[in-house]
Design a protein around this ligand. Structure first.
Ligand code: AOF
Ligand code: ZN
Length: 362
């Protein structure tokens, strides 16, 4: 087995932690002896043992002299778990192959230095880009203290998310909608604006695929949404967060929502009464461990996020339909070409009848 093949396997293992480890990174580890796998492990749950310890625990042979292939730099600090670099040194691992350096300032470079100081051979950067993608949300949160924000739009070829009469069910095909459910299970929260909640009355649940239910966040500055919405009445009300202005957060409506197990959070507003989302996002990470938020619309919310430069990653599901004069995905605020965000396409593929394009902020 080559180093790349072993790293690809470590990435596969790391992915099993999806939805379980956030805001920690997804990490996988493979132990090799004479090119054979003798142990595998992954970080399974937030606060639980790290991938390297799992792989050593699961090893079927003595690990002394083995090569550890790990997607992320082994940690050098003591957090909820003891240091993985120290564990690898103690167990006489002879070579450590790392996908990417940990962005966590408590670790970054120190894990590698500690391994090298103990005489261990260290190789960094095998499938580095793939490993960086795997842990992009951890990298963002640990360095900026802000969650990673993803926009998801089901849209027409001419960039509309609804017809002029606000019909949006359904623009994209069943295949695309299934991918969306898988995405919901991947990220920590799904967010929508007030109009989308009102017009679509979405459940924002994970259906058609296995996966855990993410938080559901809805913005409603004055708490005017009807209490009969699915988000407020179904079996996941304890996974619903309503963001409103600070005044509304102490109103009788807020109390009623809280009585149903819903979280109601007050947010600062600007001089126009618009919620200052940057602060709210920071709180989401700090107080709820929400490291990634997928915003599913509508155009007003997406526009303000774009304007505030808050979107890290874009998922476009583009259906072969023209809605001329419909609701534009990102509104109409961008006055000049110079202000247009430049994106880098990460992947594009056919999804049923639709095209599925993933792009990141350039
Ligand atoms: C590793 N292997 O499997 C993971 C690592 O609070 P703790 O102890 O769980 O530490 C969390 C930090 O440790 C996290 O921010 C990241 O820097 C690193 N995660 N490191 O060597 C692992 N999950
Ligand atoms: Zn560790």
């Amino acid at each position: 087995m080559t180093n790349e093949q072993a790293m690809a396997r470590a990435i596969e293992l790391a992915l099993r932690g999806t939805g379980q480890v956030s805001p920690n990174p997804r990490v996988g580890c493979v132990l090799l002896k004479d090119g054979r796998i003798i142990g595998e492990g992954w970080h399974q749950k937030f606060g639980a043992p790290h991938a390297e310890r799992e792989a050593i625990t699961n090893a079927t042979e003595d690990v002394a002299g083995a090569t550890a292939v790990v997607t992320l730099e082994p940690c050098s600090h003591t957090g909820k778990q003891p240091s993985c670099a120290d564990l690898l040194i103690e167990r006489n691992i002879s070579h450590v192959i790392i996908g990417m350096q940990d962005a966590n300032p408590l670790v970054s470079g120190n894990g590698i230095a500690r391994l090298r100081a103990a005489g261990i051979d260290v190789t960094v950067g095998v499938l580095g880009e793939e490993c960086a993608w795997l842990d992009r949300t951890h990298t963002k949160t640990i360095t900026t203290k802000m969650p990673y924000i993803i926009s998801k739009t089901g849209q027409s070829l001419d960039g509309c998310i609804a017809s002029h009469s606000l019909e949006s069910q359904w623009i994209t095909s069943q295949g695309s909608r299934q991918v969306v459910h898988a995405l919901r299970a991947e990220f920590d929260a799904v967010m929508i604006g007030k109009t989308t909640a009102l017009v679509d009355n979405p459940a924002l649940t994970v259906r058609h695929v296995e996966g855990r239910q993410p938080w559901r966040i809805v913005l409603d500055t004055s708490l005017e949404l009807p209490p009969t919405l699915q988000l407020f009445t179904d079996e996941f009300t304890t996974k619903t967060i309503v963001i409103c202005g600070n005044t509304a957060a102490t109103s009788p409506n807020a109390r009623l929502l809280r009585e149903s197990g819903i979280q109601v959070l007050g947010c600062d507003t600007d001089s126009h009464g618009i919620l200052i989302l940057r602060n709210t996002f920071r709180e989401m990470l700090q107080d709820y461990g929400i490291a990634s938020i997928m915003v599913e619309g509508g155009s007003q919310l997406l526009s303000s996020l774009l304007q505030e430069n808050l979107i890290d990653e874009y998922h476009f599901f583009i259906a072969p339909i023209i809605l001329g004069g419909g609701k534009q995905v990102f509104g109409n605020f961008l006055p000049t070409l110079a202000l247009a965000p430049k994106l880098r396409v990460v992947s594009s593929e056919k999804c049923g009848e639709d095209w599925y394009v993933v792009a990141v902020a350039g």
